[in-house]
Design a protein around this ligand. Structure first.
Ligand code: ZN
Length: 354
């Protein structure tokens, strides 16, 4: 697809979603979608109303993001297609991905993955707005969240960074649950199609997160730095939660607990591999090694160096602000807290043990 066709697809998709969401804004509120005709890769969430007024929200997306996201996802599928012979089953769980290739054209795989990734970015912005993140960081100002890491404020104090990272993870979680519900709505009666859609979504999101940044693929700082969380941590915290959600709803017929574990593992692994391929293509490596994720995916973030200290900072902030997020959501959107980030007791015990 050329750039014009990509922009056309992106605008049609997001405008339809924004229209569907208007009902949740009541008669006096509004959600605007704005396209920014620049090649910069970015997306923004902006509130144009005070907290006690009907919400006037704006989500802005650049043409640069719409195009780069499509091309990056396409690059990953082209790479996998060209290297199928080298991608043995043993190598990082790529078997299911190869099966998807079967008779599917790269253009179809790219399109499906792109639509779920683009929707995820849109819902991430919506999460910032619906959960009132702007009111938490800037209570007396009209402010906007931007997604580009390169524009991040690198001189933030650690506690400001921790709050910012926590809100980004909360928006990621909102978006992941929202897209999961959309996939369920579409594929509820077709479990094999749902399984493919989930993997396609995970691949798209993995590429999307790396489209916003060129920071190190797998680094986790000891404490939060700058405005956004490390990309690998965003993936590893979000993707398994989506599969847990499907498991909780028992939507995949005939799935045992073990099969769900397999799905979490394979989808996360595939997503990690795609993120890895994407990052190396970005770095200009023609033939990226496909081995590094073996360690990465076998060791969850809370067990890697720096993971515990980083996550302790995040969880402490989340515990302070979560009641506000739940309250903001119940005012305007979902009556329950399904879409609000939570950390399980078991996860906490590992993070806080010495
Ligand atoms: Zn954000």
């Amino acid at each position: 697809m050329d750039d014009t066709e990509i922009i056309d697809l992106a605008t049609r998709t997001l405008e339809a979603i924004a229209d569907d969401l208007q009902a949740s804004y009541g008669e006096d509120g509004r959600l605007d979608l704005r396209w920014i005709p620049t090649l910069e890769v970015n997306a923004h969430a902006r509130s144009l109303s005070h907290q006690d007024q009907p919400p006037i929200h704006e989500i802005a997306v650049t043409y640069g993001l719409a195009i780069a996201l499509y091309k990056n996802i396409e690059d990953v599928f082209i790479f996998i297609d060209a290297n199928q012979a080298d991608l043995s089953e043993k190598q990082l769980g790529l078997r299911p991905l190869k099966e998807f290739f079967g008779n599917s054209k790269i253009s179809n795989l790219t399109r499906n993955s792109y639509l779920s990734a683009l929707t995820w970015v849109f819902f991430h912005e919506l999460g910032h707005l619906k959960q009132g993140h702007l009111n938490i960081t800037h209570p007396n100002l009209f402010h906007q969240f931007s997604e580009s890491y390169s524009l991040s404020e690198n001189n933030l104090a650690t506690d400001q960074s921790a709050l910012s990272h926590c809100l980004e993870l909360a928006a990621d979680f909102f978006a992941t649950m929202h897209v999961s519900d959309e996939l369920l709505r579409h594929f509820f009666k077709e479990p094999p199609e749902l399984e493919k859609a989930i993997a396609s979504f995970f691949i798209g999101v993995s590429v999307a997160i790396y489209t916003f940044t060129d920071i190190d693929f797998e680094a986790i700082p000891q404490h939060p730095e700058g405005s956004h969380p490390p990309p690998i941590l965003r993936l590893e915290m979000m993707l398994p939660r989506a599969v847990e959600y499907f498991s909780y709803l028992k939507v995949l017929n005939g799935y045992t607990k073990e099969k769900y574990y397999d799905l979490v593992y394979l989808c996360t692994l595939n997503a990690n591999v795609c993120a890895h391929i994407r990052w190396h293509i970005q770095e200009g490596e023609e033939s990226p090694s496909l081995n590094i994720n073996e360690n990465l995916s076998a060791t969850p973030p809370h067990l890697r160096p720096n993971g515990k200290s980083y996550l302790r900072d995040i969880i402490q902030v989340l515990d302070e602000i979560r009641p506000i997020l739940v309250s903001n959501m119940s005012n305007s959107y979902h009556k329950d807290s399904t879409y609000v980030l939570s950390i399980t007791k078991a996860y906490r015990e590992i993070v806080f043990e010495d």
